[in-house]
Design a protein around this ligand. Structure first.
Ligand code: PLP
Length: 411
């Protein structure tokens, strides 16, 4: 009897592939399968499941303001969870009050804060405050992104994201971003609120013309409309200022924050001023986790560290260094670098962003193809000049790998 040949051993999946396969088996397909499992982070560096190291120039989509595992955040969260982890909105936790006081102090005005758990919820609260004015019409900008819950999605100016969920809470008009005359035509005394991002992050780091936010302020003041500035991506130092709208000296009626505020922990904040601050009354809104002391402690650690280590000035200088290194010497693929501080969009000729993202990752750099022709960079605010230098060398090499027509159809 001849022995039957034993089957060839199945190739063992790599650790990265194994985790991706487990993800595919149990997670909804809302995100597709993410491109890489990450298991550890320290500062601007992260490691995948096979021990490969990356420079993280995306920072959890502009979230990890102090990088990964910052000692101040680790200590604040550990201390708080060890003493009082959660109280619900039926009780008062001191870090919650302290964070609200701190945010209003940074805004330089009296007001009131509603805390939530994400950016979408921060905007959802703004939406409800808008409805409480008694008006229902709202104006937002085409291409704008304000989140995926139904109210926030109604404000989001991206029809493909809205279409499967129509009808959305109503009466939102979308106008071209950056066009003050379009705002003047759309905002009327029937308009409850106008919501704008100071820079449209998810739309490809789109910067409006100078004076746009000032015009929005004048127009809304004239019609008694609340001006809501969505600083979820641009706030908390990302552009080198606490709030990006400071660059135009504009004070909104409502400012929404999330992302960088918690330094990696989930928190949203809706800062309301003037009459907008008085519209939420008991029973009109809420969330069990609103103002959870652990995430508030993390946010306080983020704000303290930004202040105590001079990070706002650091962001401005690292942003300049990064931008300069991308613009000079130019690269034939780079059309433009736009944005502010450490929120930059590298605009590429010919829809190469997805290919550049892949080539950069193969070189140990994490970036994000936020649009077919735009690579977004949002490193931690703590990024060092050596890290910027290492990134620039690798990113230029990744750009140089692109064949002239590569990536045209990739995205
Ligand atoms: N608003 C802006 C400007 C954003 O960039 C985002 C997220 O990218 C959101 C709102 C939604 O935030 P979240 O994803 O935390 O719900």
């Amino acid at each position: 009897m001849s022995a039957s040949p034993s089957p060839a051993p199945a190739a063992r999946p790599t650790a990265n592939a194994a985790l991706a396969s487990r993800w595919r088996d149990v997670m909804t397909d809302a995100f597709g399968t993410p491109r890489l499992p990450l298991v550890k982070g320290r500062g601007t560096r992260v490691w995948d499941a096979e021990g490969n190291e990356y420079l993280d120039f995306l920072g959890g989509i502009a979230v990890n303001a102090l990088g990964h595992a910052h000692p101040a955040v680790v200590a604040a969260v550990s201390d708080q969870v060890a003493s009082l982890g959660h109280v619900s909105n039926l009780f008062i936790a001191e870090p919650t009050v302290r964070l609200a006081e701190r945010l209003l102090h940074l805004a330089g005005r009296r007001g009131r804060v509603y805390f939530s758990n994400s950016g979408a919820e921060a905007n959802e609260a703004a939406f409800k405050i808008g409805r409480l004015t008694g008006r229902t019409h709202m104006v937002a900008a085409t291409g704008g992104f304000h989140g995926r819950t139904m109210g926030a999605l109604a404000l989001t100016g991206q029809p493909a994201k809205q279409r499967p969920f129509l009808p959305l809470p109503g009466e939102v008009s979308h106008v071209p971003y950056g066009d003050a005359e379009a705002l003047r035509a759309a905002v009327t005394p029937r308009t409850a609120l106008l919501v704008l991002e100071p820079v449209q992050g998810e739309n490809g780091v789109v910067v409006p013309p100078p004076g746009y936010l000032r015009a929005a302020r004048e127009i809304t003041a004239a019609t008694g409309t609340l001006l809501v500035l969505d600083e979820i991506q641009t706030g908390v130092g990302r552009t080198g200022r606490w709030f990006a709208a400071e660059a135009e000296g504009v004070e909104a009626d409502i400012v929404t924050l999330a992302k960088g505020l918690g330094g990696g922990l989930p928190i949203g904040a809706t800062l309301a001023f003037g009459r907008a601050a008085e519209l939420l009354t008991p029973g009109t809104h809420g969330s069990t986790f609103s103002g959870n002391p652990v995430v508030c402690a993390a946010a306080l650690a983020v704000l303290d560290t930004i202040e105590q280590t001079g990070l706002l000035a650091h962001v401005t200088s690292m942003g300049r260094l990064l931008r300069h290194g991308l613009e000079v010497p130019g690269h034939p693929l780079v059309r433009e670098v736009r944005g502010a501080g450490l929120l930059l969009g590298v605009v590429l000729a010919g829809g190469h962003a997805a290919s550049v993202q892949r080539a950069a990752q193969a070189r140990g750099l994490l970036v994000n193809a936020v649009a077919p022709d735009v690579v977004r960079l949002a490193p931690p605010l703590t990024v060092s000049d050596q890290e910027v230098g290492a990134f620039l060398a690798g990113f230029r090499a990744a750009l140089s790998e692109m064949a002239p027509d590569e990536g045209r159809t990739a995205a």
